[in-house]
Design a protein around this ligand. Sequence first.
Ligand code: ATP
Length: 589
Amino acid sequence: MAALRRFAFPAFAALMLLLPALPVPDFWITQSIYIGLYALVALGLVLLTGVAGLTSFGQAAFVGVGAYTAAFMTVKLAASPWLALVIGVGLAIAAALLLGAITLRMSGHYLPLATIAWGLALNYTMANMDWLGKYDGLLGVPTLSVFGQDLGTGRGLHVMVWLLALLAAWGCANLLDSRTGRAIRALKGGATMPEAMGISTFRAKLTVFVLAAVLAAVSGWLFAFFQRTVNPSPFSLGKGIEYLFMAVLGGVGHVWGAFLGAAVVKIVEDQLQVLLPRLIGTSGNFETIVFGVVLVVVLKYAPDGLWTFIVRRLPRADGRRDWDGASALDARDKPVHGEPLLDVDKARKEFGGLVAVNDVGFSIRAGDIVGLIGPNGAGKSTTFNLVTGVLSLTAGDVRWRGRSIAGMPSRDIARLGISRTFQHVKMIPDMTVLENVALGGHLRGRAGTVRAMLRIDRDEERRLFAEAERQLARIGMADRMHELAGNLALGPQRLMEIARALCTDPALLLLDEPAAGLRHKEKQALAAVLRQLRDGGMSLLLVEHDMEFVMGLTDRIVVMEFGTRLMEGTPAEVQASPAVRAAYLGTEH
Ligand SMILES: Nc1ncnc2c1ncn2[C@@H]1O[C@H](COP(=O)(O)OP(=O)(O)OP(=O)(O)O)[C@@H](O)[C@H]1O
């Protein structure tokens, strides 16, 4: 059965490339060309919407950029179609960069709205410019030739269309299984965790937005030589919505969902266009209504699309493990024992009228294990967020090895050597434990999108996975690395977060309630691991409610109450303090 998975792609690719040589009627060759063209666009949306969680209604406009560039340059300028491909893709990249730069830093509905505006504006431009032929468009586009061989608009072009579509699918599948791909897959869970792992979420979003635009432009370029004429209607906002429908219907998270969605929509649309007018007795675009109803049903009953029904029947891929002997990732120079590391100086955070952290100060030296305790709502997690750049300071300063890091984005702070876990576990449930941990190694790798798509990043990938496995082994979870993170219980999820933080090669580790959800024995094992880390030169700051755990592990404890620092001392001093008893321990004991 595993062989089925391995050979499915080559077999499908061979079938589609050889289809024109088989006795298949011309009608189906034409249909298949449409499916390949649509799948290219839907593929971009699978990455953009399904994987990264960003919605674009404007993909048809990017198709239009590719198509109009091809038509204009070959008809009006008699230029080479290949030059038109370069220019068309270049224009799509420029438009995507511009739109992305404006909208992708903002959360919420800015991107969908901007893509609607872009779709409308471009369609309006195409329909009203004399030099683009207004509504009639540009006629007489030549056919495409390769090495002097005219591809025509049928079987020859089919090979070209499917070659590019399959190459794109291969590249996108490779991308998803890479350092950049994991960063893109992490976007759906929000920006906080990826940024804390040193990932620029803006860059990841921009990458996927530009890639989707490029795929759409290539589809448009092919479309021009297929139709041999271009006019504004196939690039309307309505078509943009249809592309989104294909991606959603097929399977928003799967590369092959794009092909399934394109095929189902194209074939059903054609059938409905014939059938519905006959049934209703009058002509019109009634298939749109049917698609609308189908979309609602799909979103309700199969939100992950039709491809999931197929993928469920396929055997699960065996956990790959091919990194034996991979060289270690570069590690940072560790601070010497006792070196001042973190200096929190009168840190203050106000939320409206609430002072969550009130001029709090404490320091950590290399090799310290410091506890941060206090009743619920005392401001411990907010202090963590101030140190790691997740929240900005209202006043005060945070210094790292003598240098102020106030106002720095959390990804830059992570690069300096501060890593963390979260009070509420932040992970990507549909990635394996190993992949989640490898996110921590992101900032220690370099391979980008192109290397990933061409699969020439494997050496670095092996090094990243070897490191992720090493960190999982450290916390006793190596045997669970191929499980889906979402299937873990809360305790192991917290341990996984520690392994992920360790993968960043930190000098200071901030752990937010690491023992919550662990059984007694697991807590003891965790305490032993944390001591081992300290002995290896790591410094630790931990928020924890389990007093036995904190008292047995830490060198010093900072106690907070109502946002202020109540006291700081050794575990014995803290336990003996009447003020702490009254404020905190007293309520517990
Ligand atoms: N983003 C926010 N907006 C408004 N108020 C907030 C925000 N984050 C935290 N607070 C408030 O700040 C105070 C401190 O919260 P914080 O989560 O830091 O406490 P904590 O000591 O970590 O408590 P717990 O142990 O319950 O997590 C609380 O009153 C909380 O309601």
